[in-house]
Design a protein around this ligand. Structure first.
Ligand SMILES: [Fe+2]
Length: 375
């Protein structure tokens, strides 16, 4: 009894500093704004600060739903300028929010490759490759959004020198092959080179414009939707584009943390809720971003006059390089042990809210045929 009392007296509450992860400490040391949010209204207008590491302007978007498995930042290159060369031991997927320019990538052999990008381009500098971004306009800034695995790597290794100053060449990811960023790709379905694909997977290292990329039918999520999944630069992370028509909404589903959903076009809202808890609603438009937290149900609704399209930059999720973590069954009916809610099992409020939102805008629901449809 005495011993217990003594031990508890010696316990001190950890300081706020002591509660921070290695990644959070690094984040604060970078000296740029850190926006902590559940939802971002518009990534195009997030306020940035001078970022010495990059030689441009930036802000971290620390999204609640990322759960520190991945992170997001915005970076801007002033007109006519370039950023400092970088390399790092975490994966990074880049989506160009606005502007045009070029990126040069090279490895330990010093074989440089340069490719041009524009608003809507998507690519990933291969792990630990040197890369430098240039603004191609002398008049307009170029802004990109990146999702990286920095939190996982920094929290695991807590040695910034190892992360940012490491000579190990990942030749298995990038060996300097000419045309690496040409935009050529392979469409995978079924088995390929020992990897299993469910279909709709496009392996490439550069997508010129995700706003115009041709998608393929994706009936599993309902609503006449289409999508395409990308495998970039031999990454363990993955991303996809999804689109659904006017007057429709997708089925609710859930999965792991860190899927940064960026609205590319259209207008609508998303509902998000943890099982048995109140529903949150976020209205969105081009440039909005939401990250569903791990295991939260979420569902996307199109209330606009054009198809709604989004880009999801995820934590892990590669079909080629499977990682650890819970395997969700995102397209399997919840009644069968899956992680998707079929239309027939929705709470009545879901349809009511959608019908009301469409009625306010004079748009007809196209959902009847999907409510009836059996997969
Ligand atoms: Fe999702």
């Amino acid at each position: 009894m005495t011993l217990v009392a003594k031990a508890s007296q010696e316990l001190k509450a950890p300081s706020a500093e002591g509660k921070k992860t290695s990644y959070e400490k690094w984040l604060e040391s970078e000296g740029i704004p850190v926006v902590k949010a559940f939802f971002i209204e518009d990534v195009r207008t997030v306020k940035l600060g001078r970022w010495e590491r990059k030689g441009g302007f930036g802000a971290f978007l620390q999204m609640e739903g990322a759960g520190q498995v991945n992170n997001c930042y915005i970076c801007e290159i002033p007109p006519g300028k370039s950023l400092k060369p970088q390399r790092h031991l975490f994966e990074e997927t880049i989506y160009v929010v606005s502007g045009r320019g070029a990126t040069t990538v090279w490895n330990h052999k010093e074989e440089k490759q340069t490719f041009e990008w524009q608003t809507g381009s998507l690519f990933s500098p291969p792990l630990n490759s040197w890369h430098q971004h240039f603004n191609g306009s002398g008049a307009e800034p170029a802004r990109y959004l990146a999702v990286t695995t920095a939190p996982t790597m920094i929290n695991l290794l807590h040695n910034l020198d190892f992360i940012f100053n490491n000579d190990f060449p990942f030749d298995d990811r990038f060996d300097g092959t000419e045309g690496y960023f040409s935009g050529q790709g392979l469409l995978y379905a079924g088995d390929y080179k020992g990897f299993k694909f469910a279909g709709n997977v496009w392996e490439t290292n550069f997508v010129p414009d995700v706003r115009r990329f041709k998608l393929m039918d994706y009936a599993e999520r309902g609503a006449g939707g289409s999508n395409i999944k990308f495998e970039l630069s031999e990454n363990t992370t993955a991303c996809h584009i999804s689109e659904f028509p006017v007057g429709t909404y997708k089925k609710a589903h859930r999965h792991g943390p860190g899927a940064h959903v960026i609205i590319l076009s259209g207008q609508g809202y998303s509902l998000l809720w943890p099982e048995g808890n109140p529903i949150r609603r976020y209205d969105w438009h081009e440039g909005s971003m939401v990250v569903p937290p791990e295991n939260w149900w979420h569902q996307h609704f199109n209330t606009g006059r054009e198809p709604a399209r989004y880009l999801a930059l995820r934590a892990f999720g590669s079909k080629k390089y499977r990682g650890a973590g819970k395997r969700y069954k995102g397209t399997v009916d919840r009644r069968e042990g899956g992680d998707q809610i079929e239309y027939r099992d929705e709470e009545p409020i879901v349809r009511q809210m959608f019908d009301q939102a469409l009625a306010q805008r004079g748009i007809r629901s196209q959902m009847e045929r999907y409510y009836q449809k059996k997969l």
